[in-house]
Design a protein around this ligand. Structure first.
Ligand SMILES: Nc1nc2c(ncn2[C@@H]2O[C@H](COP(=O)(O)OP(=O)(O)OP(=O)(O)O)[C@@H](O)[C@H]2O)c(=O)[nH]1
Length: 636
């Protein structure tokens, strides 16, 4: 029984161990995935912390775990340095190498293309970047990954917006915005919102831009990201200026410039001074504008073409107001060159207005008229552009509902896929647990069945065995007797029985006690069993009465056997059991006759035994003289 208990205990242990191994494994993979998520969501932003996390992922990921190996490869791609064009170009080469891996799945390929495009743009190759972004968006939709679609469309939107291609830019950026917000990816959502707001500003919708910028500023300030909040402030100032709300613009410019001064970022402050001067001049605050431009001039050089061009324009406007048209014209020429180099039409249009006024101040009416014509042409071009942009805006806004619907569908699909995956994983664990449980139950049932069979066998043995002598009991030997008779009849062979009984056993009990009587019976049983062949059977059929079955044995042979037994018993020394104890037996022998029934055979043996007793005991009597003559086996 203790073995059985041990077995159950070990079964329970196996289940517990298996479950805890599965648990530990899942925990480990969970931690790996959580770390991936953190890095990808930009929840970890310190470069050193990112490198450390990637190193620990490298150590933890099994090299046969392909999905995670590929996820790590994508992370490696994005983690390349690109603070110079040279480094960005090296990152493109690295991305190319990763893209060459034949084990890449579609999702990985899409992400690596995006990564290569990103570094191509930083390396000054916007066309390559756009081609990669296009391909990446296509693949991201194929694999229906909302995260990747958001990334690809955000990056593509930014580049399209920069190139002035507003319709597709807004569609990309709005889609990415919905997705990032739905996925709860805050850092990327804010990043994308900045692009979106700037696109609206560039596109001629400063009100919408300001609405987004204000959301961003609030968010950045609440997160303590003051540099980012200040960058947004300067965008707000520019948007107000575009709306001709110069007082508001100035308020934001001042706030921004003060921040960069106190943060010891003089170049950033200088660029704000340039932008600020335009609003100051429009507000009639010329001396302050002059003072700010003087400060800016110390740091803003020709390579900062965007600011340099406006700096020259504003300086020219001041020179003109101060009645110095020659100086103004020289400044205008420098500014014009810079505006042309960056193809800034809006700046050029403003510059040509000042140029026309300057020529007029110089009395050169012809050139003044020419400049005015150029200004008109530029203005018309800008107007037309604005018109087509308005149409674009209408279309994009109209399409917003469609984009939102598409995104909802996409996210729903993603949610379903994740749900299915979860169920699949749970099912696997369930299958494993069920298998283990079934095995354990089978083992337990087998042990039970085995034990039960053993017990039944024992019960049967006990039911057929005499408890004292361990010989077959009456039921057993009678059943065997019937079988032997049937077999003998079938085979036409002889069969005999000896029925023997201890003599005056009552006296033994009375004189020596019941215990001694028991022991004497055991000696008698052992003696009889020892005398017999394997095919014979001795059984105890009553208190001190025994039966011997002798298949294939004639009456005469049986008589001899009975005599041998009688003699053996008579010779047995029983002083070991009790001094002076001796025991004899009387036996009746009968052999299978015409009647051919076991009970008839027994009756005749019983009759012979009765005769042996009557004749004085300690003797063997064969069943009547007729039987000897009639016994066919006797002739064998
Ligand atoms: N010790 C012991 N005695 C038993 C057992 N079974 C029966 N007896 C006794 O055996 C005795 C049989 O007595 P009887 O039937 O009178 O026969 P007997 O004394 O042997 O006389 P004969 O058979 O005529 O020689 C009885 O006293 C029973 O109590 C047993 O298992 N153990």
């Amino acid at each position: 029984m203790s073995l059985f208990r041990q077995f159950i205990a070990s079964g329970v242990l196996v289940i517990t161990a298996l479950l805890s191994v599965a648990d530990a494994l899942a925990m480990n993979l969970d931690e790996i995935d959580q770390l991936f998520d953190k890095i990808e969501r930009a929840d970890i932003s310190e470069p050193q912390a990112i490198n450390d996390s990637i190193a620990s992922l490298e150590a933890a990921i099994d090299k046969d775990d392909l999905p995670r190996v590929l996820r790590l490869s994508r992370l490696h791609c994005w983690n390349q340095e690109a603070d110079t064009e040279k480094k960005a170009a090296a990152a493109v080469v690295y991305a190319n190498k990763l893209l060459g891996d034949p084990k890449n799945d579609t999702l990985t390929r899409a992400d690596l293309l995006l990564c290569r495009g990103y570094f191509s743009r930083l390396a000054g190759r916007p066309k390559d970047a756009l081609a990669d972004y296009d391909e990446s968006v296509k693949l991201a939709y194929q694999v229906e990954s909302p995260r990747l679609i958001a990334d690809a469309r955000s990056l593509r939107g930014a580049i399209l917006s920069f190139e002035g291609n507003f319709s597709p830019a807004l569609e990309d950026l709005i889609t990415a915005q919905h997705l990032y917000e739905s996925l709860g990816m805050e850092v990327w959502s804010l990043n994308n919102l900045t692009e979106l707001a700037t696109s609206y500003r560039r596109f001629g919708d400063p009100q919408t831009a300001i609405r987004y910028y204000r959301q961003l500023e609030e968010k950045y300030r609440s997160q303590g990201e003051f540099n980012a909040a200040t960058l947004v402030n300067s965008e707000i100032a520019m948007a107000y200026e575009a709306m001709n709300e110069n007082a508001m613009a100035l308020e934001y410019y001042r706030k921004t410039a003060d921040y960069w001064e106190s943060a010891n970022e003089p170049l950033a402050a200088a660029s704000i001074y340039v932008n600020m001067s335009g609003a100051l001049i429009k507000q009639g605050l010329v001396p302050e504008a002059k003072q700010k431009l003087a400060k800016a001039e110390q740091l803003i050089k020709i390579e900062h073409a965007g600011f340099y061009s406006f700096m020259k324009l504003y300086q020219a406007q001041i020179a003109l107001q101060e009645n110095q048209p020659d100086k103004a014209l020289a400044l205008i020429n420098e500014g014009e060159e810079a505006f042309n180099s960056i193809q800034n039409k809006r700046g050029l249009a403003e510059l040509y207005t000042t140029k026309s006024q300057t020529f007029a101040a110089l009395g050169d009416w012809h050139s003044a008229y020419g400049a005015l014509e150029t200004q008109n042409r530029l203005q018309n071009e800008l107007q037309n552009q604005l018109q087509s942009q308005r149409t674009t805006e209408m279309r994009t806004r109209f399409d917003t509902d469609r984009m939102a619907n598409e995104n909802r569908q996409l996210l729903e699909n993603q949610r379903l896929k994740e749900h299915e995956l979860k169920i699949l994983q749970q099912n696997k664990l369930l299958q494993l647990t069920t298998m283990v449980l079934v095995l354990v139950i089978l083992a337990i049932v087998s042990v039970f069945a085995y034990k039960q069979a053993q017990r039944s066998k024992l019960m049967e043995h006990l039911a057929l065995t005499d408890f004292l002598t361990k010989l077959p009991n009456r039921r057993h030997i009678y059943r065997r007797g019937e079988l032997c008779v049937q077999q003998a009849k079938k085979q036409q062979s002889a069969m005999s029985v000896i029925l023997f009984d201890a003599d005056h056993f009552k006296k033994v009990n009375d004189h020596y006690g019941h215990d001694v009587g028991d022991k004497a019976l055991v000696v008698l049983a052992d003696c009889a069993a020892a005398q017999m062949r394997k095919t014979d059977m001795v059984g105890r059929i009553g208190g001190e009465e025994f039966l011997v079955l002798l298949p294939g044995t004639s009456l005469a042979q049986a008589g001899e056997i009975a005599e041998r037994l009688r003699k053996a018993m008579d010779d047995t020394d029983m002083n070991d059991i009790s001094t002076g104890l001796s025991l004899t037996i009387s036996a009746g022998v009968a052999s299978l006759d015409k009647d051919k029934s076991f009970s008839a055979l027994l009756n005749r043996a019983d009759h012979a035994l009765y005769q042996a007793k009557a004749a004085g005991r300690n003797q063997v009597v064969l069943d009547g003289p007729h039987s000897l003559a009639a016994d066919p086996a006797a002739e064998i």
